[in-house]
Design a protein around this ligand. Structure first.
Ligand code: FES
Length: 169
């Protein structure tokens, strides 16, 4: 609201104010209906808002690399997040990551000492090699090539598209 006038003056800007009533809010599906070839989505706000927008965008076909958000408190849990079985190849350990827990937090809870810094998917400090399984990249640190390759994961925010991930830890 501090930048309401400036935002309203932007070309093509539309402002929505639901005043506490979601029925009066932004018609999310209509706004997100067309990812196009080069459109990018930026969302900022409370965790519930970010998670809701990202979830609808994902369902409507927006590629992950064109979704941008700033999660001031770290990983944003999505409604369809599932637990992950982690196999740590180097140590021979197996861990279960809860649906609402980050991989990084599961590693720390298990007594490991992984590198990390921002916990927001921005610095890349927690980047870990993936030996098997498909990462669900939710960071801003990896390049498009690294995402496509699927050989590393930022454990503080990213999850898995497969039930199990084998990490080189
Ligand atoms: S700790 Fe910074 S990207 Fe994970």
């Amino acid at each position: 609201m501090a930048y309401r006038d400036e935002a309203a003056a932007l070309p093509g800007a539309t402002l929505y104010f639901d005043q506490g009533d979601p029925a009066r809010g932004m018609p999310l599906d209509a706004v997100l209906a067309d990812p196009g070839e080069a459109r990018h989505l930026y969302v900022c706000g409370p965790r519930g808002l970010i998670a809701g927008v990202l979830e609808r965008a994902e369902a409507l076909g927006w590629p992950a690399e064109r979704l941008h958000y700033e999660s001031f408190k770290g990983a944003v849990a999505l409604a369809n997040d599932r637990p992950i079985r982690l196999v740590l190849r180097g140590s021979g350990r197996t861990l279960d990551v809860k649906a609402d827990q980050s991989i990084l937090d599961a590693l720390i809870a298990a007594g490991l000492d992984p590198l990390y810094d921002c916990r927001r998917g921005e610095c890349g400090m927690c980047m870990t090699p993936v030996l098997e399984g498909l990462p669900d990249h939710r960071d801003h640190a990896l390049s498009a090539a690294e995402r496509a390759d699927g050989k590393v994961i930022c454990t503080c925010v990213s999850r898995a598209l497969t039930p199990e991930l084998v990490l080189d830890l």
